[in-house]
Structures are given as C-alpha cells and as structure tokens.
Design a protein around this ligand. Sequence first.
Ligand code: B12
Length: 232
Amino acid sequence: MPSKEIESAKSDQLTDLASLVQHGENIEAVACAEKLLDNSCPVEDIISALSEGLAILRNKCTVENFQLLDVLLASRAMVEVVDECISRKLQMDMDQIADAFERTNSGAPVKTLVIGTIQGDVHDLGKHIVATLCRFNSVKVINLGKDVPVDTFVNTAIRENADYIGVSSLMTVCLAKIKDIKPELIRRGYGYIKVVGGGSAVQQSSMESLNLDFVAHDAFDGLDYICKRQNP
Ligand code: B12
C-alpha cells in the first residue's frame, strides 16, 4: 500500500480507537490498539487517541449532567488498552533491546537478581525498568513478573543462587506480604540474600517496617545499590 494510504488508514484507526474508548467498548478498543501496534503505530499516538476518547467525559462529569456508567465504561476501556497493549508493548521493546545487548556483551554476569511484583499487585512497568537496567549492567535477572507469592521469591532466589531479591509494590494493601520475605530467607539459612524494595507504596513505608535491606527511590537508586555494593 502506498505510504499516504497507510497513513490515512492509521489515522482512521486512531479515530476509531478514540470513539471506542468514548463509548466504553473495551474489547473492541483493545483489538483496535493491538492492530495499530502491529502496524508500527507509535505508542504516543495511541495515548493521544485514548486522551481524545476520554476528553468527552468532561461533559459527563458536571453537576448538571453526571453520567456515572458512561464514565466508568470509558475508563475501563482506557485502562484495558493501557494494561493489555501499551505496557506489554513497552516491556517487549525493553526485552528486545536487553536481549540484543546481552548477545553482544558475552561477559559473565557478576550478580544475580530475582525480581517481581508482590502478590496481589499487578503494576509491573517500574519493576520491568529495573530489570532492564540491571541486564544492561551485567546482572543476571530472573524476572518473575507480577502477583508473585513470597514463597516463589524465596524458592527461586535459593535455587538460582541469587545475591538479591528485588520486590516492587505500588499497592499499599499488598505491603504486608513483603515483610515475610527476609524472615523466610533467614529461617531457611539464606539471610545473606539482600532484599531490595521499590515502587511508590514501598517508598512511602520504611526499610525497618518491611524487613528490607534497602528501599530504592527509583530504578537507578536500586541499580546503584545492586551494582556498587560489595558482594556479600
Ligand atoms: C499504570 C497504572 C496502572 C496500570 C498498571 C499497568 C502495568 N502493567 O504496570 C493498570 C491500569 C493495570 C493499573 C491497575 C490498578 N491500579 Co494503578 N496505577 C497506575 C499508575 C497511573 C502509574 C504506575 C506506573 O506504571 N508508573 C510508572 C513506573 C515507571 O513507575 P513506578 O512503578 O513507580 O516505578 C519506578 C520506581 O518506583 C522504581 N521501582 C518500582 N518498582 C521497583 C522495584 C525495585 C526492586 C526497585 C529497585 C525499584 C522499583 O523504578 C521505577 C523507575 O524509577 C499509578 C499512579 C501513579 N502516578 O503512580 C496508579 C496506581 C499505582 N494504581 C492504583 C490502583 C488503586 C490501581 C487499581 C487497584 C485500580 C482498580 N481499582 O482496579 C488496579 C490494581 C489492581 C491490582 N491488583 O494491582 C493506585 C495505588 C494506590 C495505593 N497506594 O495503594 C495508584 C497510585 C493510583 C492512585 N493514585 O490511586 N494501574
């Protein structure tokens, strides 16, 4: 297809996406966003279309005219596009770049990090950034994903002979589980594995109350701790 026609088809699809979000058509909105991403549409354009779709809600959130169902359905469609398409695409891009880097830099990793988002929490973008940064700095990373139980962190770290466990949480209600990681490592004789926490909920708490060895303010802070710290 000539490039002008491709551009015009993309622009039509972006308009469709905005309209699908506006009308709360979540399944169709996800399918439309997937198609756009498959056709190499930039993530920024998709986010603009989502914002356009939501902008209409301004008129449905006034004192005279508050249409809760419309607002909720449109928000749900937007959230599903963000979760199912955009964050997955960003994570795949990060993995591809880190894979290529690892292939061309064959030096043996010096440290091993087991990382994941604590059970009950599905926010995983930030933790993925940490994982990617560490891979670029010759750390072997085992990324357990999101919603990870304490036992999985501990068992994997022991099995993989890890130096660090990285645990992320953005959800205040999930913080309590983080407290169990270090005592479980100690109970099983692996207390030397350092536990590093990150994510907004963790940052609002403290090292002592979560039984952590370090709380990172951001991904680079965590990277510094992991890379600059002398081996235990
Ligand atoms: C994107 C997002 C989502 C996406 C997540 C997509 C994904 N795959 O990650 C979706 C739409 C799925 C989502 C869902 C929900 N969300 Co949400 N979400 C957000 C939002 C807008 C941004 C989070 C984000 O990705 N930030 C960007 C990343 C890069 O930043 P970051 O995670 O903080 O990570 C940085 C650092 O913290 C650090 N870091 C993070 N982890 C780690 C780990 C280690 C080891 C280290 C060293 C560093 C580190 O490194 C990163 C780079 O510096 C925040 C609001 C906000 N502005 O933060 C709400 C927010 C986190 N969500 C919130 C809520 C309530 C929910 C839902 C419950 C909503 C609902 N009712 O369904 C659900 C969660 C369901 C569940 N069980 O988890 C609340 C949490 C409130 C709280 N304190 O408990 C927030 C704060 C919004 C709010 N103000 O109310 N959400």
